[in-house]
Design a protein around this ligand. Sequence first.
Ligand code: SAH
Length: 301
Amino acid sequence: MRRTSGAGTRRPPGEANGVGSGRHGEGDRGATERPARDPRAPLPTRLTDLPPLPTAAADAFRAGLAAMGIADLAPASLDALEGHLRLLLAWTPAVNLTSIRDPETAVRDHLLDSLAAVFTLRSRGADALLDLGTGGGFPGLPLAIALPARRAVLVDSIAKKTAFVAVAIEAVGLGGRASALTARAESLAADDEHRERWPTVVARAVADLAELAEIGLPLVRVGGCLVAWKRAPLGAELAAAAPAIDALGGGAVEVEPAHVPGREAGRLVIITKTRPTPARFPRAPAERARERRRGAPTALS
Ligand code: SAH
C-alpha cells in the first residue's frame, strides 16, 4: 500500500484549465450545458479554477441539508463540501469516478447521502474515521468535513480513485486532517496501524453486509462501529450476515433511516464491535468467494 499525494496524479497540477471557463455562471442548469473539455488539458486541482455549482444544484443542497436537520454547518464547511463535488464533476468526464453526471443528482446521491450519518456519528462522539472503498471520496470526505473529524483516512484499492481523493482533500483544505490511501482492506487488516484501531469505519456501495463485516470489522476497535450505507428491504441481507457479524466480534446491529430527501429507501446499518476480531479474519478473498458460492455463511462460526 502507499499513501497517495496530489503529486502522483496522472496530470500534474496546472494553471487555468479547460473545464472551468467563464461560461458556467450562476443560473447554469446542468451538465448537459457544459462544453466538451479539451482531453489534453490538465485536470483542475484548485477550487478557484472550477465553475460554481449550477444554481439549482446549490439550492437543492441547501434545501436538503435543512430537511435533514444539518443546518449548523459553517460557511467554510459548506464551501468545502461543494468544492469536493465541483471537483468530482470536473474530473468525471476524464476519469471514471462516478456514473452520475447531473449536478442535482450528484448533490443528493453523493453529498446528502454521505451526510446521512452525521447525527449518528456525532452522537457516538466519533472524531476519527476510515472510509473503506471510498471511490470519489464518499461518504468519507463529506463526513470528515461536516462532523468535523480530527482524522480521516480514505481508502481505495484503485490508485486513480485515491489520486482524485488526494487532490480533493488538498483542494478543500483538509490536508492536515485527512489523507487518501491506496490499499486493499485485507492488507490494512494485517497492519497494526489499522487493525482494531478505528473508532469508526464507514463504507458505501462496497460489498454485501457479510463481506463488509469481514473486511471492515477487523479495522474497528472494540467499542467502535462499522457503518454501512444500504437500501431497504434489508431483511435477507441482515439475516445472512448475522453469523459473520457475530464471528467477527460484532454486537448490536442497528438499522436507521438515512433521511435523505428523495432516497426514502436509504438505510444506515450500524454494527457496534464488542469483542476483538479473531486473528484468522479476514480470510483470503478466494476462500470467501468459495464460501459464498456454497451459500454457507454459518461456516464462519
Ligand atoms: N464508496 C464510494 C465508491 C463505491 S464503489 C461511493 O459510494 O460512491 C466501491 C469502491 O470500493 C471501488 O472504488 C472499489 O475500488 C473499492 N473496493 C472494493 N473492494 C475493496 C477492498 N477490498 N479494499 C479497498 N477498496 C475496495
